[in-house]
Design a protein around this ligand. Structure first.
Ligand SMILES: [Zn+2]
Ligand SMILES: [Zn+2]
Length: 118
């Protein structure tokens, strides 16, 4: 018989998992406001700049009111969004308050912020 809460099994640390966790936590703009070009990933989700083939980051598919969005972002906007999202996420997240390296979301968001500064 176990007492208290058993610690969750430690997930293997993978940069790809960190990135998906970060993208799930990222604060997106109001999807009612995005243009058709933003919704299909041609323009940056935030600044609406036309994205080059390379150099853009896939934010993954989102479904909003029955519509699928394929959002993409330029690195600069994504880093800024990751920073805002981290400020939003960290105070609510126990591992992050303690040590962000313990949280896949925290790690992923930090990495996006770093990547955007390059
Ligand atoms: Zn942008
Ligand atoms: Zn966290």
């Amino acid at each position: 018989m176990q007492h208290g809460t058993a610690p969750a099994p430690r997930a293997a640390e993978s940069p790809q998992d960190d990135l998906s966790a970060a993208l799930t936590a990222i604060l997106l703009p109001d999807l009612d406001e995005v243009t058709a070009d933003q919704a299909r990933g041609a323009d940056c989700t935030w600044c609406r700049a036309r994205l080059p083939r390379g150099g853009a980051v896939d934010l993954g598919e989102r479904r909003h009111e029955g519509v699928l969005f394929f959002l993409r972002s330029c690195r600069r906007c994504l880093a800024a969004a990751a920073h805002r999202s981290l400020l939003d996420h960290a105070p609510m997240c126990e591992p992050c308050t303690d040590n962000a390296a313990e949280c896949p979301t925290g790690r992923g968001l930090y990495r996006l912020i770093r990547d955007g500064r390059r």
